[in-house]
Design a protein around this ligand. Structure first.
Ligand code: FRU
Length: 613
């Protein structure tokens, strides 16, 4: 039984109180203390993994992995000072047969060598041939993509090829807080079942591997072979620059381009999104000029030499925080034969409810310049892709089939992502969504985000069904499924023409509740998670989020996806969306509906239990 498993068994037994198993002496390593902040840990065993003891509240130790005396890697790990919260594996396979020494510098030196030796980590290193990634934490999602262990932020580099949806992500393999940015890799043939693959791109001398994108180079413009997968990403060392890597095995492994970096600027810029422009027959790349609040647009014929064409955004849209993770694509406008370009601009903080959010601009693009549409008053309006608090770094898949524009976002918020009550892993991605464009009754064009059709594969049993009912002030309550902690999909059509507001409440017998309220007069749906369960880990977590419902007839259709620690609300086929995390102390067990005044008509009501994937 390895460390993570032992630790998690204890978590299960004691709720969230964590007690580490007692480890008396490190096995398979020799520790040499060199001073108050420096020690060498020599690996003297031939097991596959060296298990590193982590304490979340510690500061990062800098570890140079010396292989036969040369620095092979540098990693940062919160080595345990007073207690071990969990262990993470360092894979020794690439260094088999060589001498491996960890040269460890802890951030603050201890007062004396005796004090330095007291850190619990020195006795807690372990060797193992296995690492149990089975995760038993109660808030681990059942049907959302999430790493097996460790920290995840932005999804990035996504592309589709030969029936496979590749998803890379900002990953810390060495702890559940942000650090050591690496491209983690997962793949799916249905956007629902994800296979976890070895990490794809690791930090190197140019820095950590920040967000970026992939494109398929079908006609070998870059010289790495037909159909090579080309990744462009930000190398984040002392400064940020853009790098290229190529893959000839469908994105499983990448060769770093020796001529990196391919784009340098004299100010912070990151998260390149590359795509082939069919009109201009050139590559385009859009890059977040983070602190300048603009997106830079480049073009290239070979993906190595980039020409800066223009900047978009100065003074437009939401301008607070930093601009990050751009995307740019063309879409048909529903019900017309017109197309428009959509520019996604993730912004943090200054999202719609504080912290992170995804704004977008609709306009025209000629391969060089993006020009945003204005509204009736001549202003470029601010538009948000999702009206929850937990939707960030949203970007789309390259090369998706059937002209789909499939997107996925990071289901968290930089305000509290590192403090959410999970431990072996932190963060999941949102459910995949299909972006479209529609004209709303106010005359404006908006982006819709409908649940990807594959999500219907998750449905298990129909556990509640009601064809039609009129509900007044007395709430009508429905039970949520009992299997898999109540994870479910709830579907309903609401006609609130005869009501001032409709309340929909998810609750359990611990007093936790989430209140959704549809107001047909203000054309809004609100989501109140102030009493949803554990909310006190951050003052920014308790919140009420509000979405415009873009209707003028008092009718909405909803699909709610309820996983163990998240609720995604899709309205009118994605014309409004809200993604919010929740940490109920026990699973929600009931869903009730009531009208504040008058009556509400509910039709086609269904609850499906969901499969765990
Ligand atoms: C967005 C972001 C990106 C950056 C990455 C680093 O969440 O800040 O701009 O590339 O995270 O992990």
């Amino acid at each position: 039984m390895n460390k993570i498993f032992k630790s998690l068994t204890t978590i299960m037994a004691l709720g969230m109180i964590l007690t580490a198993p007692t480890v008396l002496a490190s096995k398979g390593v020799e520790v040499n203390h060199l001073g108050v902040n420096n020690a060498l840990v020599r690996v003297i065993d031939t097991s596959k993994y060296l298990l590193l003891p982590v304490q979340e509240a510690s500061d990062d130790a800098k570890i140079n992995i010396l292989v036969d005396g040369n620095i092979a890697e540098t990693i940062y790990v919160r080595l345990a000072k007073s207690k071990t919260d969990y262990w993470i594996p360092f894979d020794l396979t690439p260094y088999k047969g060589h001498n491996v020494i960890l040269d460890i510098v802890i951030p603050q030196g201890r007062g004396s060598i005796r004090e330095a030796k007291d850190d619990v980590c020195w006795k807690a290193f372990e060797m193992s041939d296995t690492f149990d990634t089975t995760n038993r934490e109660k808030y681990r999602p059942a049907f959302h993509h999430t790493p097996l262990y460790g920290w995840m932020n932005d999804p990035n580099g996504m592309f589709y090829q030969n029936g496979k949806w590749h998803l890379y992500y900002q990953y810390n393999p060495y702890g559940s807080k942000w650090q050591n940015m690496t491209w983690g890799h997962s793949v799916s043939s249905d956007l629902v079942n994800w296979e976890h693959l070895p990490n794809a791109i690791k930090p190197n001398g140019l820095g950590a591997v920040f967000s970026g994108s992939c494109a398929l180079d079908s006609s070998n413009t870059a010289g790495f072979g037909n159909d090579a997968v080309i990744a462009l990403y930000t190398s984040a060392g002392t400064s940020q620059m853009q790098s290229l890597a190529s893959s000839n095995d469908n994105g499983h492994t990448f060769d770093i381009y020796p001529g990196n970096p391919v784009i340098t600027l004299d100010s912070e810029a990151r998260d390149p999104k590359v795509f082939w422009n069919h009109d201009t027959q050139e590559w385009n790349l859009i890059l977040a000029h983070a602190l300048e609040h603009e997106m830079l647009i480049f073009s290239s014929s070979d993906m190595k030499n980039w020409v800066l064409q223009s900047g978009f955004g100065k003074g437009l849209g939401a301008q607070g925080g930093v601009w990050e993770c751009p995307d740019l694509f063309e879409l048909p406008v529903q019900g017309t034969d017109m197309t428009k370009w959509v520019l996604l601009c993730n912004i943090n903080p200054d999202g719609p409810f504080g912290g992170s959010g995804t704004q977008y601009f609709i306009g025209d693009f000629d391969g060089k310049t993006f020009k945003a549409d204005t509204d009736e008053s001549g202003q470029v309006p601010i538009k948000w892709l999702d009206y929850g608090k937990d939707h960030y770094a949203t970007v789309t898949w390259s090369n998706a089939p059937d002209n789909r524009r499939t997107a996925i976002g990071w289901m968290s918020n930089w305000q509290y992502a590192a403090d959410v009550p999970t431990q072996q892993f932190r963060s999941a991605n949102t459910l995949p969504r299909e972006i479209g464009l529609f004209r709303a009754p106010d005359g404006e064009l908006y982006a819709s985000c409908a649940p990807s059709p594959e999500l219907e594969l998750l449905r298990d049993n129909l556990t509640e069904r009601l064809n039609r009912a009129t509900i007044r002030q007395k709430a009508r309550s429905f039970s949520l499924p009992t299997v898999h902690d109540g994870i479910c999909e709830i579907i309903l059509d609401i006609d609130a023409c005869k009501s001032s507001a409709v309340d929909m409440v998810l609750s359990n017998n611990q007093g936790d509740k989430v209140i959704l309220q549809y107001n047909p007069q203000s054309h809004t749906l609100s989501f109140d998670r102030t009493e949803s369960g554990i909310v006190d880990f951050s003052e920014n977590f308790p919140a009420i989020t509000i979405a415009p419902t873009h209707e003028d007839n008092g009718k909405i259709s909803l699909r709610l996806f309820i996983d163990r620690s998240s609720i995604e609300v899709f309205g009118n086929d994605g014309q409004f969306v809200m993604t919010n995390l929740v940490f109920p102390t026990a699973p929600y067990t009931a869903f009730s509906i009531s009208a504040q005044k008058g009556s509400v008509k509910v039709e086609n009501f269904k609850i499906y239990s969901m499969k765990e994937v």
